[in-house]
Design a protein around this ligand. Sequence first.
Ligand code: PLP
Length: 409
Amino acid sequence: MKLKKGVPLIDQHDQFGFWGEKFGGSFIPETLKKPVEDLTEEFKKLRKNKKFIKKRDYYFKNYIGAPTSFVKLENLSSHLGGAQIWAKVVSEANGGAHKIYNATVHALLCKAMGKKYIVGDTGAGYAGKMLSMAAKKFGLKCKIFMGAKDIKRQKPNCDAIKKNGAEIVPVYSGSQTLVDAVSECMRYWVSNCDNTHMCVGSTVGPNIFVKICGWSTAQISRELKVQLKSEFKKIPKKIKLINCVGGGSSAYGFWSEFIDFNKKQIELIGVEAGGPEKSKLHAAPLSQNAKIGILHGAASYVCQDNEGQINKTESISAGLDYPGVSPIHCFLKDTKRARYTYATDEEALNAHIMVTKFENLNPSLEPSHAFAEAIKIAPELSKETIIIVNSCGDAKKDRDILKERLGKN
Ligand SMILES: Cc1ncc(COP(=O)(O)O)c(C=O)c1O
């Protein structure tokens, strides 16, 4: 199992859609064969089409607001000592998180395929909010599937979805979180694929959805590469790129331009949800050595019991509360190109408090997991080491959880 240089990771799968022969694939019912093939063909064509790329870049710049800024967290760095800590402030993107890149590309694909309806899943509410924004922008009718537990804990994003004119379909099955929302959304698509396009909100699902999402979020690392060269004149010698990992779309987007670099120069660190300290539940399939299973149309490491039933997960962060993970991250783990660890709910909360105290940043609970790892390792590292955290979401959506846990507005 080897990574290829010079080939985007999203394209390093075999003819059956597997990365490293084990991860990914397209486990879909017969009814979806044709729409998935059509989407695959359309994407293959459009990603090489200069007009389409121009349109994408136009909306990335003029609608999403690319590039987002790259800033040094001077107060946090001097408080901790050791490495310099920087942030790529992706939460500045229109809507407040990276999910807008994938949503915009899916809306453009939906239009190109002549479909008028678009559906999608959401956990933290950002994927849903962004899809509803893109649907409104491009004149599409939109339905968002969301677990009932997440509807309660992410109210600000639900309000935004409704304000954008989209319908929220509450999902009451299973744990009433992201995993159930994705299942229900896929079930809906099976019966409505003739006139409806489906957007999967992360780099998960059947092969083509992993590719589209990764292709969309890769914008983040293209920007960062330019910003690093402009800030340091060349790519520095010791960098650590830290990103939270739920399905894995922000991490892939943040890393994609840097995967070919030597890991001694650029280390890739993914941080999963370790869950509450006192609980055995977590949402960390990579760092807790879960076994390979099939979830939502693809093979990946999945939190499961001995009979292969999906385990219940728990995390303070709705966006990371998912038992599976992208096949491309499974491949990065097995090839040892990336290192995966986890942060507990308490560590993420503390990181959120510390970052907001020292800096003019308000990271949501998902990137707060990545900040927790940065805070842990920075003091032991040299001043020449540059830690960059992808601050991929804004905490406005976490208002109620933060109030409940920290007892203030
Ligand atoms: C702000 C934010 N960060 C991270 C995630 C995790 O998803 P992914 O791993 O696909 O980036 C989510 C998911 O909803 C999110 O909203």
